[in-house]
Design a protein around this ligand. Structure first.
Ligand SMILES: [Fe+2]
Ligand SMILES: [Fe+2]
Length: 440
């Protein structure tokens, strides 16, 4: 049964290619059409055949079709992109059916495309389609809409943080409370959809590097705060402190290499000084700016007195800060680090530079394959980790490149715990031309 289904699938692929390449009278076209009709006749000898697609895999009835024979992934993708869940083949399968089906699978996928109607127009009578329900399509649309809103929120945050930084730089009076609504919005989204918020933090910098860094550190710090069970006002205060932890850098000229070392060394004291003039009862932002490079073991800067203990928020922000730097800029001069290596590097620093409790808590939040990790699966397809799984080694993965390395029309969500494939390695997204934040 499986071999016949595999042959049938291969012949669909051959037919689709033949239609694109040759006129109907060409021998190669004839051969493809005859081959398709014959393969269908063989497969249908014992009754109708249903080919289903589920999470990027093809099934003959309820049996998974194994192997990666020709045309397997392209048929799965083609069905998925056109919201076709199943194709039921019936005898007598004729050339008109073969041609019509291949043509329809070659039509450009769009929300308006009605596969059933298109097959009808072409006189296809021996293939029936089962389409993905409106509910599922709506779910997808809803997810896309949310993603756009999240992006917009992120960009509003960048703009607001830029205003705040500029005002502090000019020595103007600043109310940190103006940042509260945006911290609250992020927290609300964090509670609703953790993956979406962690996904935002994978957006890579460019010219806005420092601003994005502040926001990313805020996102990661809030994760630690939530995992710790901080009350809401504590989270707000932690979020604002994280947002402004590097604010001292605005006092330096970033484009002047002579100032760079100074900036690195002095931004905690300069930042704390700036923030000491801003009214805030908790003093947390000022303390975090001052203490975030100090190191739990005192190995950092500025130098501290023997029995000095940094504020808990400073220790949380240090973990978040280190993770953002590690995952974007790499470790010890390595050019870039994948998220799993950043996690390992973070753990190496737990108990030394970083508070061991907060570092481990954060790693528990992130998982072994943090959200945003680009992973290769055992069938060579590639996806982006979109959520943690119950099992730390079996996350939810949004598959974006097929087994042939070609980008899918539409990413496919896979729960690795329910899939026969497994995650085999983490890959650097730039090696594959994948922009992670586009898929989260
Ligand atoms: Fe810093
Ligand atoms: Fe920082």
């Amino acid at each position: 049964m499986n071999t016949q289904a595999t042959d049938l699938i291969a012949s669909v692929s051959t037919m689709r290619k033949a239609i694109q390449l040759y006129p109907e009278s060409h021998p190669a076209y004839r051969q493809a059409a005859d081959g398709f009709v014959q393969a269908a006749a063989d497969a249908l000898a014992s009754g109708p055949l249903v080919i289903n697609v589920y999470e990027g895999r093809l099934y003959a009835g309820s049996d998974v079709i194994t192997g990666d024979g020709p045309g397997m992934s392209s048929l799965a993708d083609a069905m998925d992109a056109r919201l076709v869940e199943s194709l039921t083949f019936e005898a007598p399968f004729e050339e008109r059916d073969a041609k019509g089906l291949a043509e329809v699978l070659n039509l450009r996928p769009s929300p308006e495309l009605d596969v059933e109607e298109e097959l009808g127009k072409r006189g296809v009578r021996h293939v029936h389609v089962g389409t993905i329900t409106d509910e599922e399509a709506e779910e997808r649309a809803e997810r896309d809409r949310r993603r756009q809103e999240d992006r917009a929120l992120y960009h509003r945050l960048v703009a607001q943080l830029r205003r705040l930084s500029d005002m502090l730089k000019r020595g103007e009076d600043v109310e940190l409370s103006t940042a509260v609504p945006m911290v609250e919005q992020i927290m609300k989204r964090l509670m609703e959809d953790e993956a979406a918020v962690l996904g935002m933090a994978t957006i890579n910098a460019g010219s806005e590097e420092e601003l994005l860094h502040g926001i990313n550190v805020m996102i990661y710090s809030l994760h630690i705060g939530v995992a710790l069970g901080l009350p809401e006002d504590g989270l707000t205060s932690l979020g604002i402190s994280a947002l402004t932890h590097d604010i001292g850098k605005v006092a330096f000229d970033r484009d002047d290499p002579a100032q760079e070392a100074e900036m690195e060394r002095l931004h905690p004291t300069v930042g704390a000084d700036m923030l000491s003039r801003v009214p805030d009862e908790t003093h947390a932002p000022m303390l975090v700016a001052y203490e975030h490079h100090m190191g739990t073991d005192g190995s950092g800067f500025p130098e501290r007195q023997g029995d000095y203990v940094a504020h808990p928020y400073s220790r949380m922000v240090s973990v978040a800060n280190r993770y953002d730097r590690l995952s974007k800029a790499g470790d010890n001069g390595e050019p870039t680090t994948t998220p799993d290596k950043a996690v390992a590097a973070l753990l190496r620093r737990a108990g030394g530079e970083l508070d061991p409790f907060f570092a481990r808590l954060f790693v528990r939040v992130l998982g072994v394959f943090p959200i945003g990790c680009v992973v290769r699966l055992s069938d060579h397809s590639v996806g982006v980790v979109s959520a943690r799984g119950e099992d730390l080694f079996a996350p939810q993965v949004r598959v974006v490149l097929g087994v042939d390395g070609i980008e899918l029309d539409e990413p496919i969500d896979v729960d690795m715990a329910q899939d026969e494939r497994s995650v085999v390695e983490v890959v650097a997204p730039e090696n594959l031309g994948v922009t992670v934040s586009e898929y989260l």
